[in-house]
Write a protein that binds this ligand. Structure first.
Ligand code: HEC
Length: 192
């Protein structure tokens, strides 16, 4: 006995070093701290525990370079529906409709982009009805991607079936008009 232990000692030391190295390689916290997208293995954990882990991964904060998710319907609700209504019908004689409006579904998307960025004041007709009110532009609060998402949403919602609008349309409008106040509809071209 006295002779075997010292003989085994170097071997034991080697073994413990090997075990320590193996531990080192494993991330602290195990599966939950695995990188996003990496498969998560759980040998003894219950299904609920696995579900909890994937839930945590889903709501993990996004990295700064990842663009925020744009929710067009929510953007419309937050920025437009107070006046134009969830139905897109507006309010008679006060807020014009977006549903079926030629300013929305027409090919002149630059005009709609300009209205959305800078706003609109003064008398105008939409679908035969007269309005004379004011819309404040949203160009200072929303970026081009958000505006394009709303534009695409209102062109394809309700009974509208027009094509999507790219963020570049808004960028071009900002480039063209620079810093200015709301338009009068005559400046942008009135519909007949
Ligand atoms: C504070 C109320 C208000 C908000 C908020 C508002 N608008 Fe308007 N909008 C108006 C009014 C009022 C007019 C008509 C202005 C006039 O009489 O010259 C108008 C006109 C328009 C027009 C042209 C006329 C038509 O009905 O087609 C479009 C397009 C439009 N708005 C889109 C939007 C979009 C998209 C949003 C959200 C990003 C928005 N508006 C937010 C009040 C508002």
């Amino acid at each position: 006995m006295k002779t075997t232990v010292p003989k085994l000692l170097p071997l034991l030391v080697l073994l413990s070093i090997a075990v320590a190295c193996e531990r080192e390689r494993r991330p602290v916290g195990g599966a939950a701290s695995a990188p996003l997208g990496a498969p998560v293995y759980a040998s003894t954990a219950s299904v609920t525990a696995i579900q909890n882990v994937s839930h945590v991964l889903e709501i993990a904060p996004r990295s700064a370079d990842e663009p925020a998710v744009i929710d067009p319907a929510a953007l419309y609700t937050q920025n437009c529906s107070a006046c134009h209504q969830a139905t897109g019908q507006g309010i008679a004689a006060v807020f014009p409709p977006l549903d079926k409006s030629p300013y929305v579904i027409g090919d002149n998307v630059e005009r709609m982009a300009s209205i959305m960025i800078y706003g609109l004041v003064g008398p105008m007709k939409v679908l035969g009805n007269q309005y004379s009110s004011a819309m404040v532009g949203l160009g200072a609060t929303l970026n081009d991607e958000q505006l394009a998402a709303i534009a695409t949403y209102i062109r394809s919602n309700w009974s509208n079936e027009a094509s999507p609008v790219a963020a570049e349309v808004f960028a071009a409008a900002r480039e063209k008009w620079g810093t200015r106040g709301p338009f009068n509809i005559q400046e942008l071209g009135e519909e007949g």
